[in-house]
Design a protein around this ligand. Structure first.
Ligand code: IVH
Length: 708
C-alpha cells in the first residue's frame, strides 16, 4: 500500500538520471514518470523533512515538467506539481456539507480533569474503574481545521470547519499546501471515496519570515502563527495562500467507502493504525510526536514532557489530544452534539498575563515607518519580564480599542514575541485616555504620510535625524556590512559627536580621535579599524542591503548582486533589467532606480569606492551551481561553536563546495550540525530533535577528505 518506499524505485531513479541528463522528456510515459518522481521528492522534502535532491536539481526537473506541459497541454495531470496554484481562478468560498460532521473537543486543564475523563470512558464501556485503557496522545496543532475529500484517489474538495456541518469550499487554496498530496493511492485499500480531517498551520520560523517581510513592505504584522495560517485559508486568491507556505497535518480518518458505499475502515482496530496507514498513503501525520500510552498516568507523564519542550517544537501547539486507541471502544463511547466522548483536549497553560498600559512611544524606522510601542507595567510571562510591546500601527490600536490606562491582556506564545491580545472595554475605569496617533514625526516634526495600501504612517523626510541614525545602524549591522564591534549604541554616539553623517563616513573615521574617547582606548580603536577594513571587502550583496532602500531586503539584494558586475552599473539600469530577474518586482526596481537617480546618493557611492569599499561582484555574490556529487549533496548543514582550524565563513564555503546547503538555525530541516568548542543551545536543540547528525570539526574535515 505504501505510496513511497524509502527510496525511489530503480526504474524511476533511472528515469530521473536520464531526464536530468537529457533535459527533455520523450513522450507521455516519461511525463508520467517525471510527475511521479517529483511527487516522491515533494514528499521527501515537505513531509519527511529529508530532501533527496538539491534545490537546483529539483528546480531543473520542475522546469522540464513545465516545458513539457506547455508543449503538450493534453498531457497535464491534475495532480502535477505545477497544478497546485491555479492561474486566474479564484475561490468561490461557497458553503458545502461535510461528509462527517466536524465536531470540537472537550477541554481538560489538569490531572484531575484527565482522571475524570478516564473514568467516564471506562463507565461508558462497562469496564471496572481499575482497568487500564490504552490512549493515543498527539499534539493539538494550533491552526485552522480543514476537511479534505478524495474521490478515485484525487483530492477533489477541501473545506473549512464552518459550523461543523457545513464549511466553506477552499479547495483551490488547500491545493497550494505542499504537504497535502493532490492524489493518494486509496484504491489499494478498496477505498473509492474518503474524507480526512487535519489542521493547516504555519511553521514558527516561516511565521517570523512572513512578518519580517510584511514589516519591510509596510504591512501590518500578524499577531501569531494561528492567525497567519487561518487568515490565508479563506482568501479568494490561491496564490496568496501559496505564498504563506502552510503545512497540513492529518489527524483523523472518519469516513472511507468503496464504490458501493460500503465502509472500508472496519479493517483497522486502532486509532494509531489509522495514523500509520495515512502516513503510508503519503500524508503528513504526527508520527514522531505521538505516543500510545497505557493508562492516564502515562498519558499525564507524556503530556508534561511536551509542556516543557513545546517552545522548541517547530509548530505552535496549544495542548495535546488524548484519544481512546481502541476503535470499537470509540464506537461504544459515541458523541455528544459538540464533541466525541472518546477524545479530549488537554490545554497547556496560556502564557498570558494582564498589565496596565502606561504610555505609548513612537519609534522611527530606517525608512521612516512610525511604530507605536506600548510601555506597560512590567509583567512576568513564561520567565521573561515584559515592559515594552509593539502595537504595530494605528489600525492595530483602533481594532483592539486600546486606551492609555487600560488593563490589557498580554500573551507570549512559544518563541514568538509578546503581543497584546485585547483590552477590557466593559470594565474600563473612567480615567482612561484615548491614544492620539501623532500627525508629525516625533524626531523631525515633518508631517507624516500614509500610502493608500499601507498600514503604516511614514516620515517622508530624507533628512530626518532618527531615520539617518537607523540607516547608519542598519548599514553597520550583522545583516548588512557586519562591522564587528560597531553596534547601535556606538553608532548613535558617533552620530551625536558629528563623526557619522552619511554611510560613507564609516570608511573615513578618525581612529586616533576614537582612541581618545571615554571607554574606547587604542586597543578598541584598532579593533574597530580592522573590522572596518574587513567590511570594505564585503561581497556587494551586503553593501546593497546596507543602502537601506525600501523593500531591498537580504534576499533581493542577493538576487541583484548575482546579476551585476559593479554596483555603479545600477546607475544606468532600467526597470526591465530589474524585472528580468526572477522574484524581483517592479516596486523594488523603481525604488533602486530612484535611489540611483539622486545625485547625493551617487556621490556617496563614488566616495565610498574611493575610500576602498568594494563595488565589484565577488565569487560569493555568484550563486554556485549546486554540487550534486559531493559527499554532502542534498544535505543541509549548520556550524556552531568556535571552530579551531577555520573561520565560520570558510567552513560554510567548504560545505557548499561539497554539496551541502547552509542553514542558519536548528530545525527538523537540518541534517548535519558541526560543533566547535563551547557549542551551546543549538547543540542541545539538535540533540533533542534526535534527527540531526552531529559531527566534530575533525569529522567534518574527514568526510570531505581534508583531514591532516
Ligand atoms: S481530533 C472528532 N486531533 O482542535 C475529532 N483535533 O479544539 C475531533 N485539533 O477543531 C478533533 N489537533 O481542529 C483532533 N490532533 C488533533 C488535533 C485537533 C488540533 C483541532 C481541531 C479541532 C480543535 C478542537
Amino acid at each position: 500500500m505504501a505510496k513511497f518506499g524509502h527510496n525511489l524505485s530503480p526504474e524511476l531513479l533511472q528515469a530521473q538520471k536520464r531526464i536530468l541528463k537529457e533535459k527533455v522528456i520523450s513522450g507521455p510515459e516519461a511525463y508520467h514518470q517525471l510527475v511521479d518522481i517529483l511527487h516522491y521528492h515533494e514528499h521527501r522534502y515537505y513531509i519527511d523533512n529529508d530532501p533527496q535532491l538539491s534545490d537546483f536539481e529539483y528546480d531543473t526537473l520542475y522546469k522540464i515538467l513545465e516545458k513539457a506541459e506547455s508543449d503538450h497541454s493534453d498531457w497535464i495531470r491534475s495532480d502535477s506539481p505545477t497544478q497546485r496554484v491555479a492561474s486566474d481562478v479564484s475561490n468561490t468560498l461557497e458553503t458545502v456539507a461535510h461528509m462527517v460532521p466536524m465536531l470540537s473537543l472537550d477541554n481538560t486543564y489538569n490531572l484531575e480533569d484527565l482522571q475524570d475523563f478516564d473514568q467516564r470512558v471506562k463507565k461508558l464501556c462497562g469496564l471496572s474503574a481499575d482497568t487500564t485503557v490504552e490512549y493515543l496522545v498527539e499534539p493539538k496543532f494550533d491552526g485552522g481545521s480543514v476537511s479534505v475529500l478524495y474521490i478515485n484517489d484525487q483530492l477533489v474538495r477541501a473545506a473549512t470547519r464552518g459550523d461543523g456541518i457545513r464549511g466553506e469550499d477552499i479547495t483551490l487554496n488547500a491545493r497550494t499546501i505542499r504537504s497535502l498530496p493532490l492524489s493518494a493511492p486509496f484504491k489499494s485499500l478498496g477505498v473509492q471515496q474518503t474524507e480526512l480531517r487535519g489542521e493547516a498551520l504555519i511553521r514558527k520560523d516561516v511565521f517570523e519570515e512572513v512578518n519580517q517581510s510584511r514589516e519591510e513592505d509596510g504591512l501590518s504584522l500578524l499577531a501569531n502563527p494561528r492567525n497567519a495560517a487561518t487568515g490565508v485559508l479563506r482568501v479568494k486568491d490561491p496564490s496568496e495562500t501559496a505564498s504563506r507556505k502552510l503545512d497540513m497535518f492529518i489527524f483523523q480518518w472518519g469516513y472511507a467507502v468503496d464504490a458501493q458505499g460500503n465502509d472500508q475502515l472496519g479493517r483497522f482496530k486502532k486509532q494509531s493504525s489509522h495514523i500509520e496507514a495515512l502516513q503510508s498513503l503519503g500524508f503528513k501525520v504526527a508520527i514522531a510526536e505521538k505516543k500510545v500510552c497505557q493508562g492516564i498516568a502515562e498519558v499525564f507523564d507524556f503530556i508534561s514532557g511536551w509542556a516543557n519542550k513545546r517552545d522548541h517544537f517547530e509548530y505552535e501547539l496549544d495542548g495535546m489530544v488524548i484519544k481512546v486507541n481502541d476503535l470499537s471502544m470509540q464506537e461504544i463511547c459515541g458523541f455528544t452534539s459538540h464533541h466525541p466522548r472518546w477524545a479530549v483536549a488537554y490545554k497547556f497553560q496560556a502564557k498570558q498575563a494582564t498589565s496596565v498600559l502606561l504610555n505609548v512611544e513612537y519609534q522611527v524606522g530606517k525608512i521612516g515607518a512610525i511604530t507605536p510601542v506600548a510601555k506597560i507595567e512590567p509583567v512576568q510571562l513564561a520567565g521573561v519580564t515584559v515592559s515594552s510591546i509593539s502595537l504595530h500601527n494605528e489600525d492595530f490600536i483602533r481594532s483592539k480599542d486600546i486606551r492609555l490606562g487600560d488593563t490589557v491582556l498580554v500573551e507570549r506564545a512559544g518563541d514568538v514575541i509578546p503581543y497584546i491580545v485585547k483590552s477590557f472595554p466593559e470594565t474600563r475605569p473612567a480615567n482612561t485616555r484615548p491614544i492620539h496617533f501623532p500627525t508629525h514625526c516625533p524626531s523631525c516634526d515633518h508631517k507624516l504620510v500614509r500610502e493608500d495600501d499601507e498600514a503604516v504612517w511614514r516620515c517622508p523626510n530624507a533628512h530626518c535625524p532618527a531615520q539617518i541614525v537607523q540607516k547608519l545602524i542598519h548599514h553597520a549591522s550583522k545583516d548588512a556590512m557586519d562591522i564587528d564591534g560597531l553596534g547601535a549604541s556606538l553608532v548613535e554616539r558617533f552620530y551625536q559627536l558629528g563623526m557619522l553623517k552619511t554611510m560613507a563616513d564609516f570608511y573615513r573615521l578618525d581612529f586616533e580621535f576614537i582612541a581618545t574617547l571615554e571607554g574606547m582606548g587604542k586597543k578598541s580603536a584598532d579593533k574597530l579599524r580592522r573590522s572596518i577594513e574587513k567590511a570594505k571587502a564585503n561581497p556587494i550583496h551586503r553593501f546593497l542591503h546596507g543602502l537601506c532602500i525600501h523593500h531591498l531586503g537580504k534576499k533581493i539584494s542577493k538576487l541583484i548582486a548575482a546579476h551585476v558586475n559593479d554596483i555603479k552599473d545600477l546607475e544606468h539600469w532600467t526597470l526591465d533589467q530589474y524585472r528580468a530577474i526572477k522574484d524581483v518586482g517592479p516596486v523594488v526596481g523603481q525604488n533602486i532606480m530612484d535611489f540611483f537617480s539622486d545625485a547625493d546618493n551617487v556621490r556617496m557611492i563614488h566616495d565610498m569606492e574611493a575610500l576602498g569599499v568594494n563595488m565589484k561582484q565577488t565569487p560569493e555574490d555568484r550563486p554556485a551551481e549546486a554540487v550534486t556529487d559531493g559527499p554532502f549533496s542534498g544535505q543541509t548543514i549548520l556550524f556552531t561553536g568556535t571552530l579551531q582550524t577555520m573561520g565560520r565563513k570558510e567552513a560554510e564555503m567548504l560545505a557548499e563546495k561539497n554539496g551541502a546547503k547552509n542553514l542558519s538555525a536548528v530545525s527538523s530541516h537540518l541534517n548535519i550540525l558541526v560543533v566547535g568548542e563551547d557549542a551551546g543551545s543549538k547543540l542541545t536543540k539538535a540533540q533533542k530533535l534526535g534527527t540531526v547528525r552531529i559531527l566534530t570539526e575533525d569529522e567534518f574535515l574527514g568526510e570531505i577528505g581534508r583531514k591532516s
